[in-house]
Design a protein around this ligand. Structure first.
Ligand SMILES: [Zn+2]
Length: 64
């Protein structure tokens, strides 16, 4: 009965969507909101667990 829950946790984390808080440098695992921008990028809004500051990152989609 030794099932590995770590594998499930790892696969549940979205690829390439981790960021560091620009205010305190803490790791933020999941964005609060993700939105699609018409320019062809995805914008993630983060709220830091450590300091509570809001920050935004933009990730370009497949560039030509
Ligand atoms: Zn922070």
């Amino acid at each position: 009965m030794l099932h590995c829950n770590a594998a499930k946790l790892a696969s549940a984390r979205p690829l390439g969507s981790t960021a560091r808080c620009p205010h305190c440098g803490d790791c933020m695992v999941a964005p609060v909101v993700s939105e699609f921008v018409e320019d062809g990028e995805i914008r993630h809004h983060w709220e830091c667990d450590a300091c509570g500051e809001i920050s935004t990152t933009s990730i370009p989609l497949c560039s030509p």
